[in-house]
Structures are given as structure tokens and as C-alpha cells.
Ligand binder design. Structure first.
Ligand SMILES: [Zn+2]
Ligand SMILES: [Zn+2]
Ligand SMILES: [Zn+2]
Ligand SMILES: [Zn+2]
Length: 241
């Protein structure tokens, strides 16, 4: 089993072959969101195995995994809260082929559960993902459980219904009359401002987490397949043999 970081591995293999300059990073499998999947699958197909199989067959794809975007327990809660008004949700699929994934994203739809359904690229939520509803960082509005916050005035309403006293103002996020207040740091800028300290911290954290994930992926990949090495065309050191 390989353990330790990329640099450690690299320095270890360079003792065996000093012409090695880098370790090739592992490939990532693309993930897509498929919208509008009927919630009957929650009952009929709990692990989404048969949905995955039918997606493979009808679209001629290799799909390694299918799961609900929202955790299943929360999805069930929402179905109960909305008294049956919620009939479909989004599924995330993992594909084995980047070209096929790109083709689907370009097309914008795929055949799923008896209909063409909207498809888009699934992006990982990061520490700097800002919720549209409560304006905090690290989650998406689809999973938000916090009360709404206005990006302009930090009031307890969504930004879209922000009102001001100015006569000619239609309100909402285009209002330029209200002195801005950030609900995250309480300073005088909007909650989406790039100057916000909280945002800057979240951005920094997201950057560090991305780097760490990259390292972890390389280590996992090498543990699975053994490293593949990139050789320098000219020796980088002539010392020792
Ligand atoms: Zn939120
Ligand atoms: Zn407001
Ligand atoms: Zn206004
Ligand atoms: Zn702020």
C-alpha cells in the first residue's frame, strides 16, 4: 500500500531512477446531473441499480454509479413536507467516458425513465459555493435549511423580494438605493461582494481542499495501478549512480 504524499513518493522513485521528474495524475470520471427523475424510484429502485442499467442500455453508455443529488433521507422529508407536490428530483451519474459525457452536456439532454431529461455537468460543491437562499458558504440552496437572507440589506427575506423606499425602484437585486449590509460579516458591502472577509476565507479554504483532494486522488490511483512516470529527456542530475 502506498502512503505519504506525492513529493515523498516522487523523491523515493527518483532514488531508483533520477530521470523521473513527475508523476502523472490520475484521471477523473466525469459526473452529470440528470434532472426530472420520478420519485417513484425512491420506492421501486432504492439503490437506483435498475435506473442505472436502463440509462446504460437506452443511451449506449457505461455508467458506473447513479445516486440522488440530495441525500435520500432529506428527499423523503421533502416529499412529506410538500404533500406529494414534489414528484421528481435530480440524479447524479458517473460515466466512464469523458467524450461521451461531453457529448451529453453539449446535447443538454438524455433518455431517462421513459423521456428525454435535462442533463448538465455536475460540479462538486466546494467551501466557496455560496447558497442563494441564506448566502452562507459551503452548500447549495437545494439543501439549505436556514432562513433566507437578503444579499443587499441582510434582512430576513430573499434578495428577489427586497424593497426600498425610493419611488422609481423596482426593488429586488437591482436596487441601488439601500446602503448595503453583509449578513455574513455585518460590514457595509453586499453579501456577494468579493471584498468580504468571509468570502475570502471560504475561497482560500476551497483552494486548499482542492489541492488536498488532488493529492489524495494521486495516492489512491498509484495504490491501485502503480505509478506511471514521466521521464525527463535530459538527466536532471549527474550526481551519484
Ligand atoms: Zn443556505
Ligand atoms: Zn433586503
Ligand atoms: Zn431601491
Ligand atoms: Zn461580508
Amino acid at each position: 500500500m502506498v502512503s505519504g504524499h506525492r513529493e515523498d513518493i516522487l523523491s523515493a522513485v527518483r532514488q531508483l531512477d533520477r530521470h523521473i521528474t513527475d508523476i502523472r495524475t490520475s484521471e477523473r470520471w466525469p459526473r452529470l446531473k440528470v434532472h426530472g427523475i420520478p420519485l417513484t424510484y425512491l420506492i421501486d429502485d432504492p439503490d437506483l441499480g435498475s435506473l442505472r442499467d436502463s440509462l446504460c442500455h437506452t443511451n449506449n453508455l457505461e455508467i458506473t454509479q447513479a445516486r440522488w443529488l440530495i441525500p435520500e433521507t432529506r428527499l423523503r422529508e421533502r416529499v412529506n413536507q410538500r404533500n406529494g407536490n414534489l414528484t421528481s428530483s435530480t440524479v447524479v451519474i458517473t460515466l466512464k467516458n469523458l467524450t461521451a459525457a461531453n457529448a451529453l452536456v453539449c446535447k443538454g439532454s438524455m433518455w431517462a425513465a421513459g423521456k428525454r431529461r435535462r442533463v448538465e455537468l455536475y460540479k462538486n460543491l466546494a467551501a466557496d459555493t455560496q447558497c442563494n437562499h441564506c448566502l452562507q458558504f459551503g452548500h447549495h440552496e437545494s439543501t439549505c435549511l436556514s432562513p433566507p437572507q437578503c444579499a443587499l440589506c441582510a434582512g430576513n427575506h430573499i434578495t428577489e423580494i427586497h424593497k426600498c423606499d425610493s419611488r422609481n425602484c423596482a426593488g429586488g437585486k437591482n436596487c441601488r438605493h439601500t446602503p448595503p449590509k453583509c449578513s455574513n460579516c455585518q460590514q457595509s458591502h453586499t453579501a456577494t461582494s468579493r471584498r468580504c472577509e468571509i468570502r475570502l476565507t471560504a475561497t482560500q479554504l476551497a483552494r486548499e481542499q482542492r489541492l488536498q483532494r488532488q493529492k489524495d486522488r494521486e495516492i489512491r490511483h498509484m495504490a491501485k495501478t502503480g505509478p506511471s512516470f514521466i521521464r525527463a529527456t535530459t538527466p536532471t542530475s549527474e550526481l551519484g549512480t
